[in-house]
Design a protein around this ligand. Structure first.
Ligand code: FMN
Length: 191
């Protein structure tokens, strides 16, 4: 499941996200779903409040369905976008044992943005790929927004491959551990 969180219609981070999801779908024949928070609005999360909201229901169902997540955020003041943080705040147990990858669009490298997303994800007992992808519109794209940096293209292909392979292995081990009688695994907390 890909999460686009830029508040721009022609967002670079969401565009890169779509490209990686397309590789996952076409090359690895895995089912993908996209949540673009620019188009699908989420209410501001309020703890202990029931949400009678169609978007919240659909997103919750998609989050439960997914076993791998690809988070894409622009760099907003060295942080992830507010929309991304709000999305993450809605869930935690639903993320546990699943694998996350990251795309950041930034004029710098977006490392602090990626670190913050990793921190939130770790706090939910989920796994992160050990690298992420940084996209800089001034260097990586041409005037019509096409990706012209071959190295970036190659990293996007690697990210697609690694999400499918490692995401599958980790989720399968997590579900095996949940079902096994071995008591001392972190998966056992999620029974
Ligand atoms: C509110 C706001 C804050 C931003 N802060 C930063 C920043 O701290 N560092 C940076 O490199 N770019 C910053 N930018 C620029 C965007 O990160 C950059 O244009 C990015 O490529 C936009 O990605 P998008 O096309 O996916 O929206 C900021 C943009 C906005 C709207």
């Amino acid at each position: 499941m890909g999460i686009g969180s830029s508040m721009r219609k022609n967002s670079f981070s969401t565009k890169a996200l779509r490209s990686v999801l397309e590789i996952i779908s076409m090359k690895y024949k895995a089912e993908v779903r996209l949540l673009n928070l620019f188009e699908t609005e989420l209410p501001m999360y309020r703890p202990s409040t029931g949400f009678e909201n169609k978007n919240v229901e659909k997103i919750t169902s998609d989050v439960n369905w997914a076993n791998v997540f690809l988070l894409a955020s622009p760099d907003y003041h060295g942080s992830m976008s507010g929309a991304m943080k709000n999305f993450l705040d809605f869930f935690w147990k639903e993320f546990s044992g699943k694998t996350f990858g990251y795309i950041v669009s930034s004029h710098e490298k977006g490392l602090t943005v990626m670190d913050q997303m990793r921190t939130a994800v770790r706090q939910c007992y989920a796994w992160s790929l050990p690298y992420g992808i940084s996209i800089n519109e001034r260097e990586d794209l041409d005037q019509v927004g096409q990706i012209v940096n071959k190295r970036l293209q190659s990293r996007m292909e690697m990210l697609a491959r690694d999400l499918v392979v490692y995401g599958g292995i980790i989720y399968s081990q997590f579900t095996n551990d949940k079902d096994s009688s071995e008591p001392n695994t972190f998966a056992h907390y999620y029974l």
